[in-house]
Write a protein that binds this ligand. Structure first.
Ligand code: SF4
Ligand code: SF4
Length: 471
């Protein structure tokens, strides 16, 4: 068999977790175990450590990561980014999306299976607690069908309580990533009336996480996650995916120890035990081929490998592979699309790296005061009046001064001071006169550059124009 003809494609007309009347079909996945599950345990430990420790880590007084959309302040590895960094931010976002596309085109949903917070928390935290309290698939089904006894109330109530406590913990950690650890501590330690918005935010986050991991579960990946919805256009015949080797596995059939001698019925390696279906947290049958619901969690690989070992067949009937590699029995190779996307990604990474490396801790904008022409001074000089805004993107107060490049003119701050103090993560608005000798003015509009200095270090050069008159 060279294609997927054996499959009745009708399964694509509906999703496995909704019945013909539109009601939810609750999934009771069998407890996973095996080689890939062990890898996922390691990935989970790394993820949870980074997630929960992250808000406590400081670099140069700044957190490791902060996405403060409310105050439009973003910190990445201790580097503060403000709205003035919009170009870096836009190119960064573009690079990120192209990276996601390239990665998905080549490696499919590897991210979903191993690193997506939804999968990690759902399958490796909440589901584990469920197994611990209610038992494996069969016990859970039996418990749900059983009448409400004290044991059932204790198990169901206890599980919900633990789920709620973990949701509270995740909500507080998420808040710390949004507004910072200190601000989150204030909300926790002070009266809710003093931080009503923050308090409501924490309650809302807790409610959302509790609902997602207790009720919505796999529906987030199936119906809500935009990345999941994109898979149909990103993945192709060469994309690495969790795949059932239908050439080896079909025609499937139960093991029959009492097969009459001398009669050989052609059979593939799949013994139709359905363990790969029972273990699937999305409720699908991977033997139908690649499906949008599959989060590449690898549970079916482990389940099938276990079966293959028991029946003395090679493992890998379900494995990582591409449709092309299974169909043509060839090793995996990169497609032209993957090369093209990679070239775009490389270009974007280069631009972003340049922007980051050339990023100054200070960002200054200078404009001549609108509606003002030049002023003639008594000392044979001409002056223009300017407004400047200096933004300090660093975590330290800065004291800076302004100079005209090549000493083509001089700067006089309107407040009479020589330097400008800019508080950390703050900005300073200044008004100054730029004066030039009349003799040096050769054009009505002279191009100039103003330099921002901190001590002996030149931080920035801003181009501007100077209006004057020619003698
Ligand atoms: S676990 Fe393997 S052998 Fe069992 S039904 Fe699935 S593919 Fe077939
Ligand atoms: S089909 Fe396999 S890899 Fe995909 S979600 Fe189900 S168990 Fe996980």
């Amino acid at each position: 068999m060279s294609n997927l003809d054996f499959i009745d494609e009708a399964y694509r007309d509906s999703i496995a977790t909704v019945d013909s009347e539109g009601k939810r079909v609750w999934v009771y996945p069998k407890k996973p175990s095996g080689r890939y599950h062990n890898y996922r345990v390691i990935a989970t430990i790394i993820f949870l450590t980074v997630f929960f420790v992250g808000p406590f880590v400081k670099i140069n007084g700044q957190p490791l990561l902060m996405i403060n959309v409310f105050e439009r302040k973003f910190v990445l590895f201790g580097q503060l980014f403000l709205p003035q960094d919009s170009v870096i931010f836009s190119v960064g976002l573009l690079t990120f999306f192209v990276f996601i596309i390239v990665f998905t085109v080549v490696y499919g949903r590897f991210w979903c299976g191993f690193a997506c917070p939804q999968t990690v928390f759902m399958e490796m935290v909440f589901r584990k607690i469920e197994y611990w309290i209610e038992g494996d698939r069969k016990q859970q089904i039996a418990l749900n069908k059983a009448p409400w006894t004290t044991e059932k109330i204790l198990k169901k109530g206890g599980k919900r309580l633990v789920f709620l406590l973990i949701s509270i913990l995740i909500a507080h950690t998420t808040m710390a990533y949004l507004i910072g650890l200190e601000a989150t501590k204030e909300i926790i330690t002070q009266s809710p009336t003093e931080h009503m918005t923050g308090f409501i935010g924490l309650v809302a986050f807790t409610g959302i996480f509790y609902y997602v991991f207790t009720v919505l579960r796999e529906q987030v990946c199936i119906s809500i996650c935009p990345y999941g919805r994109l898979q149909g256009v990103l993945m192709g015949r060469n994309t690495v995916n969790i795949i059932y080797d239908w050439i080896r596995g079909e025609p499937r059939g139960k093991l029959n120890k009492h097969e009459p001698a001398g009669i050989s019925i052609p059979k593939g390696d799949c013994i139709d035990c359905k363990l790969c279906v029972q273990v699937c947290p999305m409720g699908i049958d991977i033997r139908n081929g690649a499906q949008l619901e599959c989060t590449n969690c690898t549970a079916c690989i482990d389940a099938c490998d276990d079966v293959m070992i028991k029946i003395n067949k090679p493992t890998g009937l379900i494995r990582y592979g591409s449709v092309e590699s299974v169909e043509k029995r060839i090793p995996f190779k990169l497609s032209f699309r993957a090369y093209a996307y990679s070239a775009v990604l490389l270009l974007l990474v280069g631009i972003e790296a340049f922007l980051l490396l050339s990023r100054s801790a200070i960002e200054t904008t200078v404009m001549r005061v609108p509606g003002q022409m030049y002023q003639e001074q008594a000392n044979n000089k001409i002056s223009n009046l300017y407004n400047a805004q200096i933004v300090n993107k660093s975590n330290n107060e800065m004291v800076v001064s302004l100079k005209v490049e090549d000493n083509k003119g001089s700067i006089r701050l309107i407040d009479g001071k020589k330097t400008i103090k800019v508080r950390k993560e703050g900005k300073a608005d200044v008004v100054f006169f730029l004066e030039m000798d009349k003799a040096a003015i050769k054009k009505i509009k002279t191009n100039l550059a103003i330099e921002v200095w901190q001590g002996e270090d030149k931080l920035e050069t801003i181009k501007t124009t100077f209006l004057g008159t020619i003698e």
